[in-house]
Design a protein around this ligand. Structure first.
Ligand code: ADP
Length: 169
């Protein structure tokens, strides 16, 4: 059985097989959720990230979780919003799909996503949530996929948005 839910929490506190980091192409840490994950994981995380040679937008790379409760971090790079006519929706879809693919390849059973690109990268929250839910629901139809997916929101507004899309309100 698969479960898909939205919660409101600090993603760095979650006890799951992998949390997803909304990273930047350098993978060297940054602000927002990226900074929070690096602070909570400790300096070994950036040391492993240094060996990965960055990550293109829309792709994903996996590391260990170090001091986090989460066993792994899947680093994906969301698109910066430039009006929506530069392939941003497709790139955001790719972030979710490539993260789930990596989770399945590594036999991970539970994964939590933040609201990728909706902070400083400026992707409109409604559209981003629709893309996130559609992409994950589509992916979870395939066999051998991750059993539990959490949309880890950082505001009640975002959580309500996801609940509505998941048909829970
Ligand atoms: P991006 O650069 O992809 O826009 P941000 O980190 O600026 O990334 O924001 C992405 C989302 O992560 C935003 O919705 C922000 O509120 C949220 N966020 C920030 N810190 C955390 C955290 N500790 N746990 C979960 N979500 C967080």
């Amino acid at each position: 059985m698969t479960t898909l839910e939205a919660i409101c929490a600090d993603i760095t506190t979650l006890d799951v097989d992998a949390i997803v980091n909304a990273a930047n192409t350098s993978l060297m840490g940054g602000g927002g959720v990226d900074g929070a994950i690096h602070r909570a994981a400790g300096p070994e995380l950036v040391r492993e990230c240094m060996t990965l040679n960055g990550c293109p937008t829309g792709e994903a790379k996996i590391t260990k979780g170090y001091k986090l409760k989460a066993r792994h971090v899947i680093h994906t790079v969301g698109p910066v919003w430039h009006g929506g006519v530069h392939g941003e929706p497709g790139l955001l879809r790719a972030c979710y799909a490539n993260s789930l693919k990596l989770a399945a390849e590594n036999h991970l059973q539970s994964i939590a996503f933040p609201c990728i690109s909706t902070g400083v990268y400026g992707f409109p929250a409604d559209q981003a949530a629709r893309i996130a839910v559609e992409t994950v629901q589509e992916f979870m139809k395939s066999p051998g996929t991750t059993q539990s997916v959490i949309f880890c929101c950082f505001s009640d507004e975002d959580r309500m948005r996801y609940d509505a899309l998941l048909g829970l309100t």
